[in-house]
Design a protein around this ligand. Structure first.
Ligand SMILES: Cc1ncc(COP(=O)(O)O)c(C=O)c1O
Length: 384
């Protein structure tokens, strides 16, 4: 059976992989080398210098392309390095329409790094595709979206945005960090570029920082490979290996993240001291129907606001948590809690972040794969 035909769970393990040529190692060796012997100038076995390519990174890149239903994968030193490469496709004067509710670091690289090179960013609420259409001009070259969004768990209709992007010949990039290809496949819904902070669910064990891009189009892939090599923000072989190992259990981990996420979301929604819970699995979530149609399940990311809550109330809860670790990041096997206003989203000005709902009392949970009863017990004692 050709590996292209394998179903998703099999592709996390086998997609784009072959036993190592030297000794048949089932896992690709960590090729901890910067360079490769040549018999004559240019006489090499496909690898010359590890910024340009490294066999362990190639194995990861092939796996990424396979699990996202793309043709080409590219791995970088971090999620932000992957985003950096995408924006370097553009030229001064080009415009980008980005979702307004997005990871604070993505906002920061757009505003604080690329705006000064003459790239113009419009931050728009994208739950309604019509809103995006209002900002399109002849200069619009890229639409950037995250769904579910970090940390408000808004859902954007990828298919509907991709139709709009296609009509205007605009590239569509989707940050698939929260959902992962287990839950949603943006390429199948018309996206041109899929981006990951593989630091999160793909790595899955909070032990590596790495970024990824996947594309279908050859010319776009060539432009991105050029930027990857020319700008040089690549990941090392050890980190490539760790993410590749993480991907092999993505499907089983995600299944449990979703199961635990549902239990925790329902517990919080029924708690008398909780005002609001943001999780796309609730039928009264504003874009629940879109989530249901484009995602296989609803994931383990949840945000909530305590009743009458303010900054201090939220801080008290996150300080009291014992099993949930108060930490930046998400998507690992262990449950984490975060306070977006002072942590992940502190780089977004207060008025900007409050416009999209990131209030001082908001708490974000990355629900891990521990026993759900233990997680709920921890929340019970922390909320009081
Ligand atoms: C949705 C999302 N995109 C991008 C990033 C940036 O990735 P990295 O931290 O790997 O640079 C993050 C990091 O938290 C994220 O949550």
């Amino acid at each position: 059976m050709g590996k292209r035909q394998l179903k998703f769970n099999s592709r996390t393990i086998h997609g784009g992989q072959a036993p190592d040529e030297a000794y048949g190692a089932v896992m690709p060796p960590i090729y901890q080398t910067s360079t490769y012997a040549q018999s004559t100038p240019g006489g090499h076995k496909g690898y010359e210098y590890s910024r340009s390519a490294n066999p362990t990174r190639t194995a990861l890149e092939n796996s990424l392309a396979s699990i996202e239903n793309g043709n080409y994968g590219l791995a970088f030193g971090s999620g932000l390095a992957a985003i950096d490469a995408v924006i370097k496709l553009l030229s001064p004067g080009d415009e980008v329409i980005s979702t307004s509710d997005l990871y604070g670091g993505s906002y920061r690289i757009f505003k604080k790094i690329f705006e000064k090179f003459g790239i113009v960013f419009h931050f728009v609420g994208m739950q309604d595709t019509e809103e995006i259409a209002k900002h399109i001009s002849a200069k619009t070259k890229l639409i950037w979206l995250e769904t579910p969004t970090n940390p408000m768990m808004n859902i954007i209709d990828i298919m509907s945005v991709s139709k709009l992007a296609r009509k205007h010949k605009i590239l569509l990039a989707v940050d698939n960090t929260f959902a992962t290809p287990y839950l949603q496949l943006p390429m199948d819904l018309g996206a041109d570029i899929v981006m990951h902070s593989a630091t999160k669910y793909l790595g899955g064990h909070s032990d590596v920082v790495l970024g990824a891009l996947v594309v279908k189009d050859k010319e776009l892939a060539e432009q991105l490979y050029f930027i990857q090599n020319a700008s040089g923000a690549v990941c090392g072989p050890m980190d490539s290996f760790l993410v590749l190992r993480g991907i092999k259990t993505l499907h089983v981990r995600m299944q449990r993240h979703c199961e635990n996420g549902r239990a925790v979301a329902e517990y919080l929604a029924n708690h008398p001291k909780i005002e609001k819970v943001f999780w796309p699995g609730f039928i009264d979530h504003p874009n629940h129907e879109v989530a249901k149609s484009q995602m296989k399940d609803f994931g383990g990311m949840i945000s909530f606001v305590p009743k009458g809550g303010n900054f201090q109330d939220a801080i008290k809860i996150v300080e009291k948590l014992e099993l949930f670790t108060l930490a930046e990041s998400l998507g690992g096997v262990e449950s984490l809690a975060g306070h977006p206003a002072s942590m992940t989203h502190a780089s977004i000005p207060k008025e900007e972040r409050e416009k999209s709902g990131v209030v001082d009392a908001l708490i974000r949970l990355s629900v891990g794969i521990e026993d759900k009863e233990d997680l709920i017990e921890d929340l019970r004692q922390a909320i009081g």
